[in-house]
Design a protein around this ligand. Structure first.
Ligand SMILES: [Zn+2]
Length: 162
């Protein structure tokens, strides 16, 4: 793990902190609570936001990371690539380890990124006077997904029993 951020990663982290506060204020004003957010920087330099979607049917839930990726695809097409993605998880107090993406999101970050795509983990804690952010942890897509699931297209096309 490396915690040195590039200038554009720093910008993404600063953007993420402001956005977490902005969205949490909207949620709180409407009777909601903090949630997990994700913010990604695409290869075109655009930032896309995402938040966990937790409806009243549990299996219809969507992770924050996937929400941000879907927004990238919506606005930039499937050709866009993730350069860097932030995962910002609310916790009662800062934990020893930051919250990594779930298995499905690791696969999707891999699919929509490159092995060098950076995955930046942060946690945040709600206090009486606002939100404070933990130190970040930075990994690559490859760190989280060393043996990717990559089905081979056409694998069975010319199959003949031998
Ligand atoms: Zn997930």
């Amino acid at each position: 793990m490396n915690t040195d951020l590039t200038p554009e990663e720093k910008k993404l982290v600063e953007y993420s902190k402001d956005a977490v506060v902005k969205y949490n204020k909207i949620r709180h004003a409407n009777g909601g609570i903090d949630t997990l957010y994700s913010f990604l920087l695409s290869d075109s330099g655009k930032i896309h936001d995402g938040a966990s979607y937790e409806p009243n049917i549990a299996h219809a839930s969507v992770c924050g990371e996937r929400c941000a990726i879907a927004n990238m695809v919506l606005q930039e097409s499937y050709k866009a690539k993730i350069k860097s993605i932030v995962v910002a998880d609310p916790v009662p107090e800062v934990q020893e380890n930051r919250t990594p993406p779930c298995g499905t999101c690791r696969h999707l970050i891999w699919t929509h990124g490159t092995p060098e795509t950076t995955v930046i983990l942060m946690q945040y804690v709600q206090g009486k006077d606002g939100w404070t952010f933990s130190k970040i942890e930075k990994y690559t897509a490859k760190d989280f997904y060393p043996l990717p699931y990559e089905p081979k297209e056409g694998l069975w096309d010319n199959f003949q029993r031998k």
